[in-house]
Design a protein around this ligand. Structure first.
Ligand code: PLP
Length: 416
């Protein structure tokens, strides 16, 4: 066979590593062309909340394909988008009254940043500076990269990225430095502060306290700096509650959601905003409208899948499932015992640890070696450098969890 023309994301093809071919999936399992069953320990890049091919979501998609596939969303609307927006505003904090659709986590962040700058510009008080938390990740489009950590993965694109104010990560015991830096930046004037609430994902599964999140939010409110919560990864129960912000009693001015919005079945994102942000764009003047769109904004099939996700949250004991998974993860994490393992941590359904590696960092060879090791053990686990994390679908059973944690323990033998 000729080599595949497919160019994969975040993949170094030059290393010649195998690219496994998945033929079908169900629940927490992926099935390969050769019949192997792989446990999806990272919910296929953190999206699959209720398990693969959830019957209710699949049925909603199938039903929607019989009615309406796609329609321009500028100046037109359709039932799934209307019902989903109503469902989201009923389920989320009441201050978030407006729902803007897009297609991925990155675009939900782009929209949030543009809404923030549009808010200030339309009020005739232009502000441009965006504040970010050290080690953050918000996506791979230009704006999302600009507000994320800089490193080897975006060095070549640096001329395209805008300057931001970086606030030190609030590591335990160092929270005051974070709060002081934020206060100083807010005092100097900023348009918005964007954060991953409680858990920084791609930056290394770094956890900080709800108290710090609440105080950061208060500082922004005091200085009139818009507070953007990027819950693309933390949303939909990942950290133990529907939103991570809930654990800190925080309501943002702008909220980004994607990934688990459709239960992970099909791409869709939303950016929710408060009434003042919407109002700043709403006038008799066409020049103040929100200038953002993409061809597939609010695709009806994706909206129908998201509506089914909302119904699952409404009708099924999802919170109990999440609490149970969190407990089952906690006991297995606690039982892992090897001198090379450090930094064990957990927030809700997410666990993480470090495997000691003198050459740590994203390009350390330990990460790819671990990836290969886990693949041999029929597991989809994708370490971030030497940080191994587990973020499974909520339906995963004990046997699959046992297999994941046994493999993590055994992987330490590779270091010898
Ligand atoms: N924001 C956060 C916190 C994320 O974790 C991610 C993806 O992992 C994104 C944004 C980007 O989402 P997407 O990959 O769907 O563009």
């Amino acid at each position: 066979m000729t080599p595949s023309p497919v160019w994969h994301p975040f993949t170094q093809h030059g290393l010649g590593e195998p690219i496994p071919l998945v033929t079908h999936a169900e629940g927490a399992a992926l099935y390969m062309q050769d019949g192997r069953r792989i446990v999806d320990a990272i919910s296929s890049w953190w999206v699959t909340t209720h398990g693969h091919r959830n019957p209710r979501i699949m049925a909603a998609i199938a039903a929607q394909t019989q009615k309406l596939d796609q329609i321009i969303f500028a100046g037109w609307t359709h039932e799934p988008a209307e019902a989903l927006a109503r469902g989201l505003t009923a389920m989320l904090p009441p201050a978030l009254t407006r729902v803007f659709y897009s297609d991925s986590g990155s675009t939900s962040v782009e929209v949030a940043l543009k809404m923030a700058l549009g808010f200030w510009a339309n009020r005739g008080e232009p502000r441009h500076r965006i504040l970010v938390l050290e080690h953050s990740y918000h996506g791979d489009t230009i704006g999302a990269m600009s507000v994320g950590a800089r490193g080897v993965f975006n060095r070549a694109y640096a001329p395209l990225l805008f300057d931001v104010g970086t606030i030190p990560f609030p590591a335990a015991g160092h929270e005051q430095a974070t709060l002081d830096a934020l206060e100083a930046e807010c005092r100097a004037g900023a348009a918005a502060f964007i954060v991953e609430p409680l858990l920084l994902g791609a930056g290394g599964m770094l956890i900080y306290s709800p108290e710090t999140l609440a105080t950061m939010r208060d500082i922004c409110a005091t200085h009139g700096v818009l507070f953007i919560a990027d819950e693309v990864m933390t949303g939909w129960g990942r950290t133990g509650t529907l939103l991570a912000c809930e654990q800190a009693g925080v309501v943002p001015d702008i909220l980004c959601l994607s990934k688990g919005l459709t239960g992970g079945a099909i791409p869709l994102a939303v950016t929710l905003a408060t009434e003042p942000i919407y109002a700043a764009h709403c006038s008799q003047d066409r020049a103040t409208m929100f200038f953002h769109s993409s061809s597939y904004t609010a695709n009806p099939i994706a909206c129908a899948a998201a509506l089914a996700n909302l119904e699952i949250w409404r009708d099924e004991p999802v919170a109990a499932r999440i609490a149970d998974l969190s407990r089952r993860q906690a006991s297995r994490l606690a039982a892992l015992d090897h001198p090379a393992i450090g930094g064990k941590r957990q927030l809700g359904t997410v666990t993480a640890l470090e495997i000691a590696d003198p050459n740590g960092g994203y390009l350390s060879t330990l990460g790819p070696r671990l990836l290969g090791f886990f693949r041999e053990r029929d597991l989809l686990l994708r370490p971030l450098g030497n940080t191994v994390y587990v973020m499974p679908p909520y339906c995963i059973d004990d046997a699959d969890l046992d297999a994941i944690y046994a493999a993590i323990g055994d992987s330490c033998a590779m270091l010898a």
